[in-house]
Structures are given as C-alpha cells and as structure tokens.
Design a protein around this ligand. Structure first.
Ligand SMILES: C[N+](C)(C)CCCC[C@H](N)C(=O)O
Ligand SMILES: O=C(O)CCC(=O)C(=O)O
Length: 376
C-alpha cells in the first residue's frame, strides 16, 4: 500500500467474468473480460502506427481470463486461449465512466445581450494564422460563446479564405465554396436582398448543417442599416426548458421539416429544432429557421397545436431584444459563429453592401479544437 502514486494499480480482483482494479487513490474500475480482450494493445490486436484496431469484432475470441499479474504500472492477463495482453495503469485509468463521460462534454458559457461583446475573443489575423496561442484564443471563444472575431484581415475574398481554411477548411455547398453576396439574386434566398432577416440558423434543410458560418463585410457604402444580430440559441432553449418543460420536450422530439428550393436544387431534412445528447442531455444543436420550414402535415390536432405553441414560445426568447447582441460589421473584421448554436440575422439596409465568407463543417473545426487540446 505504501508509496503508491495516484494512478498506480494497487489491487486486482477477478469476480465472475470481470476484473476490478483498485488504484492508489482508492478509485476502482471494473472491466468486463470482453472489453479487456477488445482493448488488447499487442501488435496482433492493434496497429499502433495507425491507431486502429487490427481485428474484426467477429474475430475477437470470446475468451476468459486464465491468470493475471500486476505491478504498480501495468496489468498482464493470460487468456484461456494462450493470448497475453498487457495494459498500462495510465491507459486503464482513463475509463472510469463518470470521468470519461464528463471529459467529453463541451461546456458552452451561455450569454444573452450585448455584454458578451466584452468576452468574445478579438484576435489579430497574424496571431490567429501564425501562433498557437492565437489559434487557441479563437477556438476557445467559439467553444465558450459560439462567436469569435478576427481583426486586421485583408478586405478581399482571398484574405477571408485564408481565415476560413485555418478554421477547418472551406465547406462547399450549393452556394459555392467561398461566397460573395450582395443584393443581386444569385440564389433563391432572401439573404441576397436588402430585406431584414430575423435571427436563424443556416442549412436547416441539410442532413448536416454547416458547423461554422464566417462573414466578412467587404463594403457598405451610400446607405444605412445592415446591422448584424446574434442570439445565443442555447440560452433561449435553456430558458424554455425552465419556463415550459413540455414545449422543450416537444421541440427535442418532434421532427420539423425544412427545405430549400431553387431551380436544379431541392434540399430537405426533418429533425428536431432542439437537439440534445442522448447520454448527457446537453444541448448539441439548434436547428431554427422560421423561414425555411416546409409545409407540413400533422399526425393529430394535438400535435399541430403543440408545434405552434412550442415553436412560438421558443421564438419569443429568440426575438427578445434583451437577448440580442447587435453591432455593425466593418471591413477588416471577420465574424465567425457556431451555426449549431448561435442564431444570426441582420436589419434591413440601403446602399451597396457586399459580404463574403464560407461555411466550415463541424467535424473540421472540432478537429482543430481537439488537435489544440481544447477538447477531448
Ligand atoms: C450564407 N449564404 C449567403 C451563402 C447563404 C444564406 C442562406 C440562408 C438560408 N436561408 C439558410 O437558412 O440557409
Ligand atoms: O447579411 C447578413 O449580414 C447576414 C445574411 C444571413 O443571414 C445569411 O447569409 O444567412
């Protein structure tokens, strides 16, 4: 018992078909024999160079523990078919369920109103592109608040593209890769007008909506308006859960259909407006765009009425001016937002207003955050 480090193996007991491992800090983890055999890291079972399992799940023998021995730093099992597996204490200690599960949760910091402006990172483009700390500041701000600003960017599509690439890579959609838009109707969407747009998420009609949306205002001349409005979709959903739990429940389970129609294009997807993680019940994605809802049939009058009641109750939080962060984008500052969380809109405008930007897939920006060790 003496001189044990925190994650040293202290004791191992075999009970039925599971091994209970006690660590130096009195934590204990119980592993099923099938799990242990599946997690054997020997070169027959695991390609250490590609980090992939080497055996098909159907080829892993249903074996039992024949004998085992351990010291502080590792456990070795001899299986009844003669195979030997060795596991380090460090490897095994990661799989305490509560800690493992907690380590995978994202921890968004909910916000409402313009005070978030003081918290969101504003990172000079050179620091973002060339330093690890600059990149970390941008991705941490996206993880915390769902928004980051990058300053001093060259006022051009090319200058913006360099930023989009570093955020995870330009995602190609029907709107193009890097897009530039103004009041010319290049696509069948009100974004391409000077009309106001109430806050929304983009791509509610895709099987997977874009992860990030990047917007850079290249020009706004001879006119007024065109202010950007941002709202934290997780904040409104959380408030709805407190005030009307049945509406929250409805919006997490009812599949709302959304669609995009244009000549030669017809996207359609059905899914909940509020998406939660099955395991933790944490919010994962808000899929909210009142304009892109398709015309739907309902299974019962009760379902139809619940739909209107719950969506309106959520919309009240999203339309509440007290929850808005409203500001004017200016040339040189690139705005990045998490399209799974933050709703964006704009006020009507006059004059010549040109924006450019792109989408980035969620998998691709989370990959950047993970390689920077900001998430597991
Ligand atoms: C960003 N960009 C101008 C290219 C397209 C905007 C599309 C907005 C659309 N109503 C949607 O919900 O997806
Ligand atoms: O014009 C803007 O500022 C935003 C446009 C918009 O909401 C969109 O492209 O989805």
């Amino acid at each position: 018992m003496s001189n044990l480090g925190i994650k040293d193996i202290d004791q191992v007991n075999l009970k039925d078909r599971r091994l209970e491992i006690k660590f130096g800090d009195n934590d204990s983890i119980t592993f099923e024999d099938c799990w242990l055999r599946d997690h054997c890291r020997c070169s027959t079972c695991y390609h250490a160079d590609t980090f992939q399992r080497a055996q098909h799940i159907l080829d892993i023998p249903d074996s039992t523990v024949c004998s085992y021995c351990h010291d502080k730093s590792q456990l070795t099992i001899t299986w009844n078919d003669g195979h030997k597996s060795t596991y380090t204490s460090e490897f095994l200690a990661q799989f305490e369920y509560g800690k493992w599960s907690e380590s995978r949760r994202l921890r968004p910091v909910l916000w409402h109103g313009c005070q978030v402006s003081e918290k969101v990172s504003r990172v000079p483009v050179k620091q973002f592109l060339e330093t690890e700390n600059g990149a970390k500041a941008v991705f941490q701000s996206l993880l915390d608040f769902g928004v980051a600003l990058i300053t001093g960017v060259e006022v051009s599509v090319e200058g913006t593209e360099a930023v989009c690439q570093a955020l995870g890579g330009v995602q190609y959609t029907l709107f193009g890769g890097m897009w530039k838009f103004t009041t010319i109707a290049d696509h069948a969407d009100t974004a391409y007008t000077n009309l106001p747009l109430a806050v929304h998420n983009d791509n509610t009609y895709f099987t997977e909506a874009a992860g990030l949306q990047i917007l850079h205002c290249l020009e706004h001349s001879n006119g007024t308006g065109g202010e950007t409005i941002l709202v934290d979709g997780f904040y409104g959903a959380t408030r709805l859960k407190e005030s009307s739990p049945e509406d929250y429940e409805f919006l997490t389970t009812f599949d709302l259909e959304a669609e995009y129609l244009e000549e030669n294009y017809h996207h359609k997807f059905s899914g909940p407006v509020i998406n939660i993680d099955n395991r933790t019940k944490d919010l994962v994605q808000i899929r909210y765009n009142v304009y892109d809802r398709s015309a739907m049939a309902f299974g019962s009058s009760e379902q139809c009425r619940s739909y209107y009641r719950s969506l309106r109750n959520l919309a009240r939080y999203y339309q509440d001016q007290a929850n808005e962060w409203k500001f004017k984008l200016s040339p040189g500052t690139v705005m990045v937002m998490d399209n799974f969380r933050v709703l964006h809109g704009r006020t009507a405008f006059t004059g010549t207003r040109v924006l450019c930007g792109s989408y980035v897939a969620r998998s691709d920006w989370l990959d950047k955050a993970r390689t920077l060790l900001l998430i597991k």
